[in-house]
Design a binder for this molecule. Structure first.
Ligand code: GTP
Ligand code: MG
Length: 183
């Protein structure tokens, strides 16, 4: 019996952000449903892919997971060519990685395609509350930094944990739905 195949949308996704924020871990969680505790820096970039079925279309996410280390920054523009989606990732336990989001956004603006869709991801939400340096809920007068930055730039925003998987499916389902609706 022949199966009925759905129309396919292929999207090139580029993941950027500071070293150690969990870009590789997010990509591995989504494509392999696994997690590696041990930090192994990405050299240059790595590629992985996963297909998700939506109601009447299939989306192939071709993911370029770039290296956050300073010495690899000059390579990022090359990966941004023809990209459809960029994920800018920070670590909710590193305010520095959050402060650097603006400079990553600038790189996307400078080198990414004009119609590049961007999403902001605050990763490592599984960590203890007292390790959190970037608040997202307005509590005790502390502002919702992650959400506010995303709102200011008109970006999709979600907090995730590559370790537990929290939020990951939602990010890809939400992004996929937007792509499917836009076609
Ligand atoms: P570069 O390749 O150097 O740019 O780093 P990266 O952004 O790819 O970070 P990577 O995914 O290698 O993760 C860095 C470290 O953070 C590793 O030790 C991971 O196990 C850990 N890590 C990643 N995501 C999470 C998370 O959601 N929660 C926790 N607790 N640790 C995480
Ligand atoms: Mg990496």
């Amino acid at each position: 019996m022949n199966g009925i195949s759905l129309p396919v949308i292929k999207v090139k996704m580029v993941v950027v952000g500071d070293a150690g924020v969990g870009k590789t871990s997010l990509a591995v969680r989504f494509t392999d449903n696994s997690f590696i505790q041990h930090y192994k820096q990405t050299v240059g970039a790595s590629f992985c892919s996963r297909t998700l079925d939506f109601k009447d279309k299939t989306v192939v996410f071709n993911i370029w997971d770039t290296a956050g280390q300073e010495r690899f920054r000059s390579l990022v523009p090359m990966y941004l060519r023809d990209a459809g989606i960029a994920l800018v990732v920070y670590d909710i336990s590193s305010h520095k990685s959050f402060e650097n989001v603006e400079s990553w956004l600038l790189q996307l603006q400078q080198y990414g395609p004009r119609d590049l869709k961007c999403a902001l991801i605050g990763n490592k939400v599984d960590l203890e509350d007292d390790l959190r340096e970037v608040p997202t809920q307005e509590e005790d007068g502390v502002s919702r930094e992650g959400e506010l930055l995303a709102e200011g730039h008109g970006l999709y925003f979600e907090e995730t944990s590559a370790k537990t998987g929290e939020g990951i499916d939602k990010v890809f389902n939400d992004i996929g739905s937007v792509l499917v609706e836009g076609c």
